[in-house]
Design a binder for this molecule. Structure first.
Ligand code: CDP
Length: 194
């Protein structure tokens, strides 16, 4: 059985939480595609070379979730050759036997335009910054500035900009609990699975 769930959206919208819950509920494999760009961003050196040579050890680093790694990721993610180097791995993961959930920015638009289910998860910048601040700490105003800067870069880039696919269900989680968002995602998948 091949079944792809594409979950896209801006920084700290709740994509990871929803993806992990959906993967556990349906027994699908989960790929956090942001981790690929974070790993390239923190590796240093030539980002195109880093993307081409990415290996499991790069993805196992414990500093991938920092604010600095997020900023570095969004910078290297604007380089077309970096994105191109990561396409095949993501597409193969998406079509693996047993179903897959991929979360990122361009899954429903570029990586898996034929995904069986597409979600675009968003929330106000303030709510997203608050969630990220609860996760990472620091100065909440700086976290908000960081979120806005990354959103602008991700939406403004020429290659695979962040935007909802035409056929994506948009879930605005500004006033929605995690449980409600997960339930909405599961309902959609169940309907599609039949
Ligand atoms: O967890 P958070 O939403 O903050 O970020 P992430 O999903 O780990 O992604 C980090 C950065 O990688 C994003 O700001 C994007 O610039 C980039 N990215 C991308 O361009 N395409 C993807 N499919 C996933 C991430």
């Amino acid at each position: 059985m091949r079944f792809t769930v594409a979950i896209d959206g801006p920084a700290a919208a709740g994509k990871g939480t929803i993806s992990r819950a959906v993967a556990a509920r349906f027994g699908f494999a989960h790929l956090d595609t942001g981790a690929l760009y974070r790993a390239v961003g923190v590796k240093g050196g030539d980002p195109v070379e880093a993307a081409r040579a990415l290996c499991p050890a790069d993805l196992a680093r414990d500093d991938l979730r920092t604010g600095a790694a997020g900023q570095a990721a969004s910078k290297v993610a604007a380089i077309p050759e970096v994105r191109a180097a990561l396409v095949q791995f993501q597409r193969e993961f998406a079509r693996r036997e047993g179903g897959a959930v991929l979360d990122g920015r361009d899954i429903g638009t570029v990586i898996c335009p034929d995904a069986e289910v597409k979600l675009f998860v968003t929330a106000s910048p303030e709510v997203r910054a608050h969630r990220r601040w609860q996760e990472l700490g620091g100065d909440e105003r700086e976290v908000l500035a960081d979120v806005r800067e990354r959103d602008a870069r991700d939406m403004g880039r020429a290659d695979a900009p962040l935007r909802p696919a035409d056929d994506a269900l948009v879930l605005d989680t500004t006033d929605m609990s995690v449980e409600a968002a997960v339930a909405a995602a599961c309902d959609l998948i169940e309907a599609r699975l039949g």
